[in-house]
Design a protein around this ligand. Structure first.
Ligand code: UDP
Ligand code: MG
Length: 307
């Protein structure tokens, strides 16, 4: 098998067939053997029936049906586990990522033995300016805190050689942050720019709140820098307190000024209290993740698999 496509699907009933047909058209004459693995991530619409129908008509369509919505990360992991192709591509079902680009990715890997994967990144984002700004800030922040390199705008849309997939599957953590996992496993990655199309049908399932939560999960999963912050803040506060103490003593001894204490005290108590709460919150983030990881629950539960 030359290529496996892994397609996470959540409420994509109107996109499945157009996506499948676009793939058929794009791959004809370029890629002779391929399979498409759709992962139905607990959709609430008719995605599952559409997928069953497609599977009954086309033997190279495989369908994995989750028992509930486990999230795109879990769906990608499950799809990668089932993929048997020499190359494996992760692609969205909504046609924002054109299947024609997959042909270019495959050709690139065919012609460049030194490279292990090809990843697409968005040079220009077709989304709100504020969201683009926050995403840029996130990449700047995580790159500063983390030893591994995160490419700004890189998506999950990528084609991997099978040995890269095997390495990714060795990372069995529950809180999966693929952008980090792809970088963490290493290997030579070639980045190609792409423009995300508008969604074929339906709506994105990523609200700003969800994206923010995902960003925090990414930071917690890939760096312990925020934990070190408490040490830095502690040092900063202690030094500031010492300097202020010397200043107050000098004022009293040399100029006889008794510093009015009440407002200063309130400000300092609130400041230190705030910092302590923030630090407790950061520790809480890590402890909660350890708690869940410690349970060693499966990343997803399969209800049906149509091979
Ligand atoms: N998706 C999924 N599970 C989820 C949310 C999304 O499998 O809980 C799939 C979705 O069907 C799509 C891909 O992940 O194929 C990307 O999702 P979406 O288009 O909503 O995100 P965006 O393109 O806006 O980043
Ligand atoms: Mg999309």
């Amino acid at each position: 098998m030359k290529l496996s496509l892994v397609v996470p699907c959540y409420n994509e009933q109107e996109n499945i067939v157009p996506f499948f047909e676009t793939c058929e058209k794009a791959f004809a004459g370029h890629i002779d053997t391929y399979e498409i693995i759709f992962v139905n991530d607990g959709s609430r619409d008719n995605t599952w029936s559409v997928l069953k129908e497609l599977h009954s008509q086309h033997p190279h369509v495989k369908v994995l049906n989750f028992s509930r919505n486990f999230g795109k990360e879990a769906a990608m992991f499950a799809g990668l586990q089932k993929a048997t192709g020499d190359y494996v591509t992760i692609i969205d079902a909504d046609l924002q990522q054109r299947p024609e680009i997959v042909v270019d990715m495959v050709n690139f890997l065919d012609n460049n033995d030194d490279y292990d994967s090809v990843a697409a990144y968005q040079e220009n984002r077709n989304e709100g300016k504020l969201l683009t700004f926050f995403k840029k800030c996130f990449y700047a922040l995580i790159n500063r805190m983390c030893d591994i390199d995160f490419k700004c705008g890189a998506s999950d849309f990528r084609t991997l050689r099978h040995h890269v997939v095997e390495s990714i599957l060795e990372l069995k953590e529950y809180f999966r942050f693929s952008k980090g996992i792809f970088s963490w496993v290493g290997y030579n990655t070639h980045f190609i720019p792409y423009e995300a199309e508008t969604r074929n049908a339906g709506e994105t399932s990523w609200s700003f709140r969800k994206l923010f939560k995902y960003a925090i999960e990414g930071i917690v999963a890939f760096t312990v820098f925020p934990l070190k912050l408490s040490t830095y803040c502690g040092c900063f506060c202690s030094i500031a307190a010492l300097l202020y103490m010397i200043f107050v003593i000098c004022q009293k001894v040399f100029f006889g000024i008794a510093v009015p204490g009440y407002p200063t005290l309130i400000v300092i108590i609130l400041f230190i209290g705030g910092i302590q709460m923030i630090m407790l919150g950061i520790i809480g983030q890590y402890v909660s993740k350890i708690y869940i990881e410690g349970k060693k629950r499966p990343i997803y539960i399969t209800k049906d698999y149509l091979d």
